[in-house]
Design a protein around this ligand. Structure first.
Ligand code: CA
Length: 238
């Protein structure tokens, strides 16, 4: 991941770049807003560390320009200790976070990791609905304290329902997702899998249930929840 450090204090800039490199980032340094614009136009940076006080223009103007472009580029602004207005202005202008100088490198690295995670969150490891948890890594179903493995297609079916909790999924969509494009033979099997999942839910006192909305499809709801046909129709997944 390549980070651009924009900072007119060349010595401090160098320290930050070195710190980022030690933390495993690649980093470039520029000392002016003009050089920053050029660098960002040519390199696809993962994040920018931006000093708001620059000699050739306000960092805030650069920040606004970057924010008005479509790409979601994480930006952490750095400001002087007495620059409270700068901080507020920075955040209002779209910075993802700010740091007051002098700051510890560990702090900058932690903030960078945090904003990068927000942009690109790690893929989910578990899905939860009521007291039902689906462990996607180990492909296990947990209801309350009861843990069990599921046959592949039942697991896939439940995963789909849980990912779309509160939304109706059409029968044809479920069949296609579970059995593939030529899944017409899976139509009857879908009912078998749904029936087995419902039995598991009931045996282990799940606090969610799988509802069949007549003429629409299926959805996962809280056990005590009811949904009108009209609301179900509005919730339909395309
Ligand atoms: Ca400065």
């Amino acid at each position: 991941m390549r980070v651009l450090v924009v900072e007119d204090n060349a010595a401090f800039c160098r320290l930050v770049v070195e710190g980022l490199v030690r933390a495993g980032f690649s980093a470039d340094e520029v000392n002016t807003a003009g050089a920053a614009r050029k660098a960002i136009a040519t390199v696809d940076y993962s994040a920018v560390v931006l000093d708001l006080g620059l000699p050739d223009g306000e960092g805030v103007d650069l920040l606004r320009t970057l924010r008005s472009s479509t790409r979601a580029l994480p930006i952490i602004v750095t400001t002087a200790r007495d620059g409270l207005d700068d901080r507020v202005l920075g955040l209002q202008s779209g910075a993802d976070d700010y740091l007051v100088k002098p700051f510890a490198m560990d702090e900058l690295v932690a903030r960078l990791h945090a904003v990068l995670r927000r942009i690109d969150p790690p893929s989910e490891q578990t899905l939860e609905a009521g007291n039902v948890t689906l462990d996607l890594t180990n492909r296990l179903l947990k209801i309350g304290s009861d843990v069990q493995s599921l046959p592949a297609r039942e697991f896939d079916l439940l995963e789909l329902l849980m990912r779309n909790q509160g939304h109706v999924i059409k029968r044809e969509a479920l069949v296609t997702q579970i059995f593939g494009k030529h899944g017409h033979q899976g139509d009857g099997a879908l009912d078998v899998y749904l029936c087995r999942l419902r039995k598991l839910f009931s045996d282990a006192n799940a606090t969610v249930r799988i509802d069949n909305i007549h003429g629409l499809g299926f959805l996962l709801l809280d056990a005590g929840e009811t949904i009108s046909h009209a609301a179900a129709a509005r919730s339909l997944r395309p």
